[in-house]
Each structure stands twice: as structure tokens, then as C-alpha cells.
Design a binder for this molecule. Structure first.
Ligand code: PEP
Length: 249
């Protein structure tokens, strides 16, 4: 049985008062009886604050990105070890905003995936097609290529310590969610791609859906066989909406 994971990607949002209010709200609505895990992914400067507020709680902490390098003259970059030192267990790699706005290609994403694991972090590999790619019938090919690049670089065994997030680019921040059928179909493809190399790893792999998940569409998505939770952007910025999604998991 795979654990559900509900991850909040705050993107470049927040302030110290907002972080205090949001994290207090999340902690106040945590239900120790639920098996779903909560992961908060704030901007780097707020990691220490979120980490200190969530210490000795089950809430997990993650980074939004990391450098492919371990250390050195890479101004503005943050290494996996630094994230681990601040208490992160997870880190996003290949978020579509990194791919499209920062030119991250499959090779760089694979290198970051490996750098994350070298630092003891679980990478959350984000994959997904654009609207043009979907309309051209290329969804499967794009997702296979994005996952395949990481299998080739890191090896299939690396997926025993990783999470995959399927995030159709056309659904991120647009209010347009993939239907549960559309999402499940791609999740099943991803699991089958991993299973063709290692069925045990595929059976244990958490595959999250991301793209305009809201309290009112979350449970329909999470009911699907291969959807193991969500990567939540906009709706993770208030405790009420984020925790309503958590309660649907
Ligand atoms: C995301 O940023 O990963 C995301 C899914 O955003 P949103 O929920 O706002 O679509």
C-alpha cells in the first residue's frame, strides 16, 4: 500500500507573517489518525522558519530546486546538502516553470535528480506535456522521454528513493484541471514504464498529480488507482484550502 503525499509548492510567495500563519494553520488541522503525509515546499529563505515550526511534527520539508553541483563558485545556487542540513527530505526537480522559464532540459533535470539523491534527498521528478503537445497527440511520448532520461542517467533502482509528479503544463496555475480519467491514464503509463524495468519499484512509487488541484476536485483525483497524492501550487497558500485537499487524500 502506497502512502499518500500532499505537497504544497509555494513557488515565490510568502513573507514571514504569512509563513507563520500558514504553517500554524497547517499544524492546527493535522490529523494524526490520517496516514497521508504533508510536505511543505517554501522558498529557500523560509526553510529555517518552517523547519523550526514543524520540528517534532510529522510535517515534511522540501526545496523547490537545487544545483546539480555539490559546492563551489555557483552564485545564487543552493546545493542538496544545504537543503538536507536545513531539514529537507524532498526537493522538486524539473518543475515546468524551471523547464520553461529557466531552460532546464532533460539532461540537467536528470543531473539534479542525481545530485538530490547524492545528498540523501528524495527528488520529486516533475513531468508533463504542454497544451500543444497534448493536442498533437504527443502526451505519452513527452512523458516517456522525460522519465526515460532520468532512468537512463540514474538507473531504475534510483526510483526506489524518488517520487514522480505528473503535472500537465496546461493545468498548472490555469484553473483547468486534468480530468481524473486523463490524469489516471498518464499515471498508469508512467507506472508501466517503470514496471517494464522493475515491477517492485513501480508498485511502490508514489506518483502525484499536479495542476489546479482544489478542495472540490481533489477526492475525485485521489480516488484513482495510480494517483498517490498531489503537488499543490495556488491552493497550498492558505491552510484551509491546502488542508481540505489533505483531508480528501
Ligand atoms: C505547481 O506549481 O506545481 C502547481 C501544480 O500549481 P497549481 O496547483 O497552482 O496549478
Amino acid at each position: 500500500m502506497r502512502k499518500r503525499l500532499i505537497a504544497g509548492n509555494w513557488k515565490m510567495n510568502g513573507s514571514k507573517p504569512m509563513v507563520r500563519e500558514l504553517v500554524s494553520g497547517v499544524l492546527g488541522q493535522l490529523d494524526q489518525g490520517r496516514s497521508a503525509e504533508v510536505l511543505l515546499i517554501p522558498p529557500f529563505p523560509y526553510l529555517p522558519l518552517v523547519g523550526s515550526m514543524t520540528e517534532n511534527t510529522p510535517v515534511l520539508l522540501g526545496g523547490q530546486d537545487l544545483s546539480r553541483q555539490a559546492s563551489g563558485a555557483f552564485t545564487g545556487e543552493v546545493s542538496g546538502e544545504m537543503l538536507a542540513e536545513w531539514g529537507c527530505s524532498h526537493v522538486l526537480v524539473g518543475h515546468s516553470e524551471r523547464r520553461s522559464l529557466h531552460g532546464e532540459d532533460d539532461a540537467l533535470v536528470a543531473a539534479k535528480f542525481q545530485a538530490a539523491q547524492a545528498a540523501g534527498l528524495q527528488p520529486i521528478l516533475c513531468v508533463g506535456e504542454t497544451l500543444e503537445e497534448r493536442e498533437a497527440g504527443q502526451t505519452e511520448a513527452v512523458v516517456r522521454r522525460q522519465v526515460g532520461a532520468v532512468i537512463e542517467a540514474a538507473g531504475i533502482a534510483a526510483f526506489a528513493r524518488a517520487v514522480v509528479a505528473y503535472e500537465p503544463v496546461w493545468a498548472i496555475g490555469t484553473g483547468q484541471t486534468a480530468t481524473p480519467e486523463q490524469a489516471q491514464a498518464v499515471h498508469a503509463l508512467i507506472r508501466a514504464q517503470i514496471a517494464s524495468e522493475d515491477a517492485t519499484i513501480a508498485g511502490r512509487l508514489q506518483i502525484l498529480y499536479g495542476g489546479s488541484v482544489k478542495p472540490d476536485n481533489a477526492s475525485d483525483l485521489f480516488d484513482r488507482e495510480d494517483i498517490d497524492g498531489g503537488l499543490i501550487g495556488g491552493a497550498s497558500l492558505t491552510a484551509d484550502s491546502f488542508m481540505a485537499i489533505y483531508k480528501a487524500a
